[in-house]
Design a binder for this molecule. Structure first.
Ligand code: HEM
Length: 497
């Protein structure tokens, strides 16, 4: 009878027994215990069957069932989701060393960041050095400086001209916004900016888009998807695109090295070269030698898509809420008029503009979850052990949708950020840029861009849905990836008299 049993069947049965044994009996005991598991963990996919591309529903359901801290296996990778402001504050702010590290074993992120170079996925000393350098350089060349305002105004003027060229015909603002926002990072990183018709620049923007639209993130947890013939998830394309972005940055860095002049340090690239030269001449040890291209690529990716997406959502909210659009216009008209563009100096007067983009960031939740974090060692957190090398995921959506914090989180209401005197209300639970040691390094830059672009657009145009259509948040919602984007949409821009 045994001759009918193939070697394959025997191996298969043994493999199944091994997996069942591992799942049932081979677990380390922890005291305090691990966080509650999200549900039934299936072989190979883990808890993936409980998730969706739109994470908001599943995250709410799992939080209701398991509490603020629960365990999800993404494939075989253990991950803990932290929800609610108090738990996030406890984990990321009060105990900043618990979750500051980044997981080095996520296949796609590791590949596109060349093993954690740059800043976003960097670790340990390399991360500290690059974060320090980036923050101080962004301060020197950008945030809060009038030369940055000049660059943003330049881009805003081009943007207005290009919108004007549509002559009140319906148009999709995405490519225009992408190009002008990316140009700001370009001018900080490489001094110059690109004409958005420049093929090198257009190619790069297209690659960012393709990477965001691809389901390449799955390769983080299931590296084998990379070998599926025909690349249906766009993973191979994502890797190729990231190589090209690096090559593009390396080309420009080479040009900078050739023309380097220590008396003319006016962008991030030359500041980096200067910093490296100083460290070399004093024989100080540094991790900063091959990281520059990755650092710039990180700033493009982390800084462009987030800001562009926020502006795209802002236009949807303006169209859906014409009364709020008129209130913003009236504020600009009253305090600035129409003969010049609104400036950072006007910020104290234009509080409705600020409250509006703040509400866009909250209501549209640009990053539903923050980036992936990791426990460097076993951590005891709120009655649970989270073992070393567990991925930790901050659930930002849980904070922005919490009725105990916002009262009516489901409504778009910029007024929630204004007090009775029209001043901005600062709420500690407002965390679109996350909190703790890994919070966004570009927050001030992003706020400045959102304020200047948005006020310039509302000063010049009245945005409306094209005739016969209704552009609303509910209609446009539905593209999920690293960033929560609107689906493509068209609007009409009528020039203000
Ligand atoms: C509206 C715009 C933006 C939003 C909503 C946003 C949001 C975020 C969030 C939530 C994080 C933290 C992720 C985490 O670790 O949990 C982050 C990190 C980061 N952001 Fe932003 N960001 C924006 C704009 C920018 C800009 C303009 C830049 C660059 C110039 C930038 C550069 C970065 C970098 C480099 C990190 C990683 C920091 C680190 O790991 O130490 N972001 N951002």
């Amino acid at each position: 009878m045994f001759e009918n049993i193939s070697v394959f069947s025997v191996v298969f049965v043994l493999l199944v027994c091994f997996i069942i044994h591992r799942l049932l009996f081979n677990r380390r005991k922890y005291d305090p215990p691990l966080p509650p598991a999200a549900g039934t963990r299936l072989p190979v996919i883990g808890h993936f069957h409980l998730l969706d591309r739109d994470m908001r529903g599943p995250l709410d359901k799992l939080r209701k069932k398991c509490g603020d801290i629960f365990l999800l296996h993404m494939g075989s990778i253990p991950s803990v989701v932290i929800s609610g402001y108090e738990a996030l504050k406890d984990g990321y702010k009060n105990n900043p060393d618990f979750f500051t590290d980044r997981p080095y074993f996520l296949h796609a992120l590791n590949k596109v960041t060349r093993g954690g170079q740059g800043i976003v996925m960097a670790r340990n000393e390399a991360w500290k050095e690059h974060r320090r350098f980036t923050l101080s350089t962004l301060k020197d060349f950008g945030m809060g400086k009038s030369n940055l305002e000049v660059s943003i105004h330049e881009e805003a003027k081009h943007l207005i001209d290009e919108i004007n060229a549509h002559k009140e015909d319906p148009f999709d603002p995405k490519d225009l916004l992408s190009a002008h926002v990316a140009n700001i990072i370009c001018s900080i990183s490489f001094r110059g900016s690109f004409k958005h018709t420049d093929p090198r620049f257009q190619g790069m923007i297209k690659m960012f888009d393709e990477n965001l639209a691809s389901a390449g993130g799955l390769a983080n947890f299931f590296p084998w998807v990379t070998s599926i013939p025909g690349d249906p998830l766009g993973v191979t394309k994502m890797f190729r695109n990231s190589d090209r972005v690096h090559e593009f940055c390396e080309d420009i860095i080479r040009e900078h090295i050739e023309t380097y002049d220590e008396n003319c340090i006016d962008d991030l690239t030359s500041a980096y070269i200067k910093h490296l030269k100083k460290l070399e001449s004093s024989n100080e040890s540094t991790t900063m030698n091959q990281y520059l291209a990755s650092l710039i690529a990180d700033l493009f990716i982390a800084g462009s898509e987030t800001t562009t997406t926020t502006l795209r959502w802002a236009l949807v909210c303006l169209v859906e809420h014409p009364d709020k659009q008129e209130r913003m216009f009236a504020e600009i008209e009253h305090h600035v008029g129409s003969s010049r563009l609104p400036s950072v100096q006007d910020k104290a007067d234009l509080t409705y503009v600020e409250a509006f983009y703040m509400e866009v960031l909250r209501y549209c939740v640009i990053t539903i979850i923050g980036n992936f974090h990791m426990t460097p060692v076993d951590v005891v957190f709120r009655g649970h052990t989270i073992p070393a090398n567990t991925v930790v995921i901050p659930n930002i959506w849980s904070v922005f949708s919490d009725p105990d914090i916002w009262g009516d989180p489901e409504n778009f209401r910029p007024e929630r950020f204004l007090d009775d005197n029209g001043n901005i209300v600062k709420k500690e639970e407002y965390i679109p840029f996350m909190i703790g040691k890994r919070s966004c390094v570009g927050e001030s830059l992003a706020r400045m861009e959102l304020f200047l672009f948005l006020s310039a657009l509302v000063q010049r145009f009245k945005f409306e849905s094209p005739p016969g259509t209704k552009v609303t948040f509910a209609e446009i919602d539905g593209q999920f990836g690293i960033v929560h984007c609107p689906k493509p949409y068209k609007i009409v821009a009528k020039v203000r008299p």
